[in-house]
Structure formats: structure tokens, C-alpha cells
Design a protein. Structure first.
Lengths: 204, 329
């Protein structure tokens, strides 16, 4: 998108400048317009692409990505795995949590280029066929969501938390789930779901 | 985000020789990618050091009292080290009380100490005034919303808080930074790594272009009586409003040695030497702890919204001292 704006002529810029832009996209556009006005844009650096081999949910695919592409956008756009959600895109909410080589990480702050060869698991990779992962079932059993937007990240985080061994008390579960925000505040139900699933998980 | 070239470093030496004014190292990426998305940082090239496997950069090693921690070690890995938790809990606490489990799995300790201020005017390019981001443009925080800003080590040009937690433990424990530079390896005291803003808030550190942090060495890491107390707006997953890293050695009620780092209140990792002087060889009590806290904040400069940090900072330090004294040695 940034590139579209840079290519646009002065007319498009002044139209944008004059219109009341609201929301995330508007703010992004406005930032670009401002940079242009400051006479700052360096000779538009060429977009750089890089081939990467990504292993997602057990399947390996070779893709060519813009060096700027995050793992989050690559999963959603190139792999069409839209279970992983974009909340803040800045590491603050946990909605984009995936497992990389068995550890929970934020896909919004991970460049796709940096995970070449890594073993990536998303929410789509948890169930075994039609059998839900015990954590997915526990979230349903305990109504551990309302709108559901944060849920894939919550579940990925919760599965990792159990494997890390942080289920000693409700307080410990809350502390180690604090990187996953829930605007619907399903927190007590999420803690209950984690406690149900933990002893059922085994090596799952 | 602006386009950039990406390369994976084959070795520390190759990373250093490849670095130039337009490049940045990529460790965990959690500060770097965030600021690039915000268009605050605009590197032309990223040198990815995250997969470097050199033992000197990836290991936690103990040699007698000394602890050597590779710069590529993750926050989670050091926080989970049981030996360190027993011998020097302030190092552990200042990590698990920081960021989130996901971020701690990503973030490397080299990148951790170089994290940037969370000053909202620095992070938002729609504000014209920010001397750190655009030198000479002014400082929007001085008469803006400065509730989170620093009260120690500030200047007329910048009052941005150094936001990190682990650095407060490092500065308290006299850590040394091992660096591979263009001219070869060197070591510098951690206390000289960060620069107070003065009239050049855009120059954050004393690192030269291309300097690669390879490890942190804590010459004496035997502080069983040590802790990190962090006060936040919410109970978890927030930056410090005030914090204290405290390490004590006691001889009965008397303090035979004490180290104090303060977070959330200063422009750089902050060693409270005046407070340490008050306590050294004194009997530790609420009274002497309070005197130490007065000394620690004697030079505070407050603005419209951050004056509360003086009282909160003092109480944080007093509580940290008394709690630490009560720990099993
Ligand atoms: C939502 C959120 C909440 C957070 N909360 C906290 C908190 O409560 N407490 C806290 O302390 N931190 C917090 N952080 C900050 C976090 O700890 C840092 O972003 C992280 O530690 C940086 O490490 P990194 O490996 O990701 O660094 P990167 O982003 O990869 O690098 C950061 C900087 O260091 C440079 N660099 C990296 N490694 C080296 C090296 N070896 N030698 C030389 N230069 C190097 C990079 O070029 C870059 O300039 C938070 C971050 C986020 C996004
Ligand atoms: S406090 Fe520093 S970082 Fe914040 S606006 Fe002022 S100059 Fe910029
Ligand atoms: S989208 Fe990644 S943390 Fe919010
Ligand atoms: S269920 Fe709506 S944000 Fe968590």
C-alpha cells in the first residue's frame, strides 16, 4: 500500500491531506503523505524479495516474500491460513501467537525471512482431523470467549503455557497468559479452560 | 514499512564487517520491527544475527563467582535458569516481570539492553517535535503528556525514560559488556553503554557503528539476597512506572555491601550510588532505607504529570530494600 501512495501524484496527495482520515489505514496514509511533504522520501528504495522455505503445520512450501513481510501476513495471505489474527500488529496483544520450533512467539513481529526452515504451527494445526485439541475443547466447554477474535492466540499461548509448566496456580496461569489480551474479558473462563485441558494434554 | 535488503550473518565477524551506517542488526526483532513499522527507524539493510550459533554468544557460563551470558540468549532462557535464580534472583525477576511470555521467547539479551524508549512522541511520527527522532526539532513531551517520563538524568532536550528492566540489574551488579567491533574485541563497563540525553538525545549509546554485543559478564553474581521490585499501572505486561533492583550482603543487621539500580525513573539505566553510600555499613531499618531513598531522588526534576514518581520511587526502593533484607541468604 505504501508503494501505491508513493506512486500517486500530487493531486492524490492533496486530496488525502484535505480529507478527514480516521482509523488505522487513514493514519498510515497520513504518515506517508507527511513524510513526502517533509521532502524526506529517499530515492524510493527498491522492493526486495527473498525466497523462503516455510514449514507450516507439517507442510513445507517454497514462497517468495517481500523482505518486509511478517510471518503473520504471510500465513494469512500466502498460505490462506486466516486463523491467526492481527490485533495490534505491534507485539502488544498476542492475537497473532503461533508456535515456532515449539515456542510461542508473535507472528506480527517475526519477519517471514527469519523463519526459513523453522517448524511453524498455527491454530489450524492443533486438531487431529475432526478431533479437537483438548485446549480447543476446553475453551468451548468453558465459554472462554465471546467475539472469539483473541481466541486462536489465547489457545496457542495456553497450549505452550501448559508445556512450559506454568499451571501451578490460577495466579501463575494469569501471569503467564498476560501477553494475550481479551477485549471481551473472558479471562476467568480462559483460566478455567486451561485448568481443564492441562491434565488432558499429555504429549498432545 | 520501507523496503530493505535482508541478509543472514554467517558469523559474528562477517556481521561486523558487513555493518554500515544504513544497516541494523536483527536479534529478536521485537524493538526493531515495531519501530520500522512505525516508520521511526528506516534501515536500508538488516543483518540477521538471530541464528548465530557461536558458543560465546549463545551460552550461559559460570566461572567461580562470575557469570557470562551470551548476547543471543533469550530473555526466557535466562529467566528459566535455575542456577541463576538461586544465586542471583534479581537477574531472574527483572526478566520474568518484563514483557510477555511470547516476547521473552523472541527477545535476545543483546537487543534487550538496546530497547528504545516508549515515549509516545518518539513512537508517533505525526508529531514534528522529537529531538531523539528528529534532532533539533524540539521535545513534545516537555509540555505534553509526560506521566511516563523520566525525573533523573533528563535534559532540556529530552526526558524520555529508559524502559528496560534487566538493565537495572546489570548496572547494579557492575556488569561488563563484551563487544566485537570493526577493530576487534573490546570490553566496556555496562554503566558506560548508555548515554544521558544532554543536547544529543538522538545518540543513545557509546557503541560505534558495527559494534556487536557478544556477551555480558557479571564478575560477582553471588547475590542470593537480591530482588527486582516493579510497580506498574496493571499487574502484569506493562512497563515500569518505578522499579528497584536491589542486592544486599548483611552482617547481622548491618549492610556490608549493597547495590541499587532504579528503573522507570531515569533516561538511562540508573545506579543509585548516593543511596548505596547511605546504607553501606549502616544498620538496615525503615529509617535508614528511607534516608537512602531520599538520597536517591534528591536530584529529581519533575514536570506537570510525573511528579508522583518521586514519592512512588522512594517507596518502591524502601520496600525493595526491606523485602530483600528479609530474604534467606
Ligand atoms: C508490547 C511490548 C512490551 C514490552 N514490555 C517490556 C517490559 O515490560 N520490560 C522490558 O524490559 N522490555 C519490554 N519490552 C521490550 C523488549 O524486552 C525488547 O523489545 C526486547 O528485549 C528487544 O530484544 P530483541 O532481541 O527483540 O531486539 P531487536 O529488536 O532485534 O534489536 C533491538 C536493537 O538492538 C540492536 N541489537 C540487537 N542485538 C544486538 C547485538 N548483539 N549487538 C549490537 N546491537 C544489537 C538492534 O540493531 C536494534 O537496534 C516490551 C516490548 C513490547 C513489544
Ligand atoms: S522526551 Fe525525548 S523521545 Fe520523547 S518527545 Fe521529547 S525528545 Fe522525543
Ligand atoms: S497482532 Fe501480534 S501481538 Fe497484536
Ligand atoms: S473473546 Fe473477544 S477479544 Fe477475547
Amino acid at each position: 500500500m505504501a508503494d501505491d501512495i508513493k506512486k500517486a501524484g500530487p493531486d492524490r496527495r492533496s486530496v488525502l491531506k484535505g480529507s478527514a482520515l480516521a482509523g488505522g489505514v487513514g493514519a498510515m496514509l497520513a504518515t506517508n503523505v507527511r513524510a513526502a511533504q517533509d521532502g524526506e522520501p529517499r530515492a524510493a528504495a527498491a522492493v526486495s524479495r527473498i525466497p523462503v522455505s516455510l514449514s507450516v503445520n507439517g507442510q513445507t512450501r517454497d514462497v517468495s516474500v517481500d523482505t518486509r513481510a511478517t510471518l503473520l501476513d504471510t500465513l494469512r495471505h500466502d498460505f490462506e491460513l486466516t486463523g491467526t489474527k492481527k490485533g495490534c500488529d505491534h507485539g502488544q496483544c498476542g492475537a497473532c501467537t503461533v508456535h515456532i520450533d515449539g515456542e510461542r512467539k508473535l507472528s506480527c513481529l517475526t519477519l517471514a525471512a527469519t523463519v526459513e526452515g523453522a517448524d511453524i504451527v498455527t491454530i489450524e494445526g492443533l486438531a487431529k482431523g475432526d478431533a479437537l485439541h483438548p485446549m480447543q475443547q476446553a475453551f468451548i466447554d468453558h465459554d472462554a470467549f465471546q467475539c472469539g477474535y483473541c481466541t486462536p492466540g489465547q489457545i496457542m499461548s495456553a497450549v505452550a503455557l501448559v508445556k512450559e509448566g506454568h499451571t501451578g496456580s490460577d495466579a501463575e496461569i494469569r501471569e503467564y497468559m498476560s501477553g494475550n489480551l481479551c477485549r471481551c474479558a473472558a479471562y476467568p473462563n480462559i483460566v478455567a479452560a486451561v485448568k481443564q485441558a492441562a491434565p488432558q494434554m499429555g504429549d498432545a | 514499512m520501507r523496503p530493505f535488503q535482508y541478509e543472514r550473518a554467517a558469523s559474528p565477524a562477517r556481521a561486523v564487517s558487513s555493518a554500515d551506517a544504513g544497516s541494523k542488526y536483527h536479534a529478536g526483532g521485537t524493538t526493531l520491527i515495531d519501530l520500522m513499522k512505525l516508520d521511526v527507524w528506516r534501515p536500508e539493510r538488516l543483518i540477521d544475527i538471530s541464528a548465530l550459533k557461536e558458543p560465546r554468544m549463545t551460552r550461559i557460563e559460570r566461572n567461580g563467582k562470575a557469570l557470562r551470558i551470551g548476547s543471543m540468549v533469550t530473555m526466557a532462557a535466562l529467566a528459566g535458569d535455575e542456577g541463576v535464580r538461586r544465586s542471583c534472583p534479581v537477574l531472574t525477576d527483572s526478566l520474568w516481570l518484563a514483557a510477555s511470555a511470547q516476547l521473552r521467547n523472541m527477545a535476545r539479551l543483546g537487543g534487550n539492553v538496546l530497547q528504545m524508549t516508549r515515549c509516545s512522541y518518539y513512537r508517533d511520527t505525526s508529531y514534528d517535535q522529537c529531538n531523539k527522532r528528529a534532532p533539533g526539532s524540539g521535545c513534545a513531551a516537555l509540555d505534553g503528556s509526560n506521566r511516563h517520563h523520566a525525573i533523573l538524568g533528563t535534559s532540556d532536550a529530552c526526558i524520555a525514560t529508559y524502559p528496560g528492566d534487566w538493565a537495572q540489574a546489570l548496572i547494579a551488579l557492575d556488569a561488563v559488556v563484551e563487544i566485537l567491533g570493526k577493530d576487534g574485541p573490546k570490553s566496556v563497563p555496562f554503566a558506560t553503554l548508555h548515554r544521558q540525553p544532554g543536547n544529543r538525545p538522538d545518540v543513545e549509546t557509546t557503541l560505534a557503528a558495527g559494534d556487536l554485543i557478544t556477551a555480558f559478564v557479571i564478575p560477582d553474581a553471588d547475590w542470593a539476597r537480591s530482588k527486582y521490585l516493579k510497580i506498574r499501572d496493571r499487574e502484569s505486561y506493562a512497563f515500569a512506572l518505578t522499579s528497584a533492583a536491589v542486592a544486599l550482603r548483611m552482617d547481622g543487621d548491618a549492610v556490608s555491601d549493597v547495590r541499587i539500580g532504579l528503573g522507570g525513573v531515569a533516561t538511562v539505566p540508573w545506579r543509585a550510588t548516593a543511596a548505596e553510600a547511605v546504607l553501606k555499613n549502616a544498620a538496615l531499618s525503615e529509617d535508614t532505607a528511607q534516608q537512602a531513598a531520599e538520597a536517591a531522588f534528591a536530584g529529581a526534576n519533575t514536570l506537570e504529570h510525573n511528579a508522583y514518581k518521586v514519592e512512588l520511587g522512594k517507596r518502591t526502593l524502601v520496600r525493595a530494600l526491606m523485602d530483600t533484607a528479609g530474604m534467606e541468604a
